[in-house]
Design a protein around this ligand. Sequence first.
Ligand code: ZN
Length: 216
Amino acid sequence: MIPFELSVKVELSSDLHISGVGRTAVLIDRCIERDAQGRPYIPSTSFKGRVRAHYERLLSALGYDLGDCKPPAPGGMCNDVNNLCPACALFGSPVQQSRVEFTALTPDATAEPTTRIGVGVNRKLNTVEQGRLFFYEAAPQTRVNTFTGTVRGWATETEIAQLIAAIKLITHFGGQKARGLGRVQAEVAHAWLKAGEEWNSRDPKELLRLLQEVRP
Ligand SMILES: [Zn+2]
């Protein structure tokens, strides 16, 4: 098992309109929450759930046996610690602790409104009015379309590669898929794997190549 950390970038391809704090906003759906500052984010549970769903699909496609495991209902998942499917072994089940941890996906800092300093201008005279320095709220970004988050844990190199692939397969967040909302493109921007005491940066694409060689 290798300690690892993946930094994930999620870009919305359908709109998430934010018209400023306190005003109406068209959100993807309930999977988008707002933090105390009113900024939208995708909760860690939604992030993890979506990655797990694609991880399971990927493993089935690769020929792994997932048995009768039917998440997310705890009763439908692997309940024998000595006989876990590969998804429960990594993501956890009622009898097995998860080896992966997900942060929330939060908007890039650049998408936030900023307060700027302005100088008062008398438009008629086209001169700067003395002492008229003021602050104003810069036009808030009307769209937030990049979210970032982190996945970390312990896994084999193959499992890490499968995680990277599963993240790449995410096409939407939330339950409004039919209305075309919440479409996303997701990818692992950076990967770090620990070897001994050192954290080494690894190319996610190079890790993905492992999947072409490894078969169950
Ligand atoms: Zn299972």
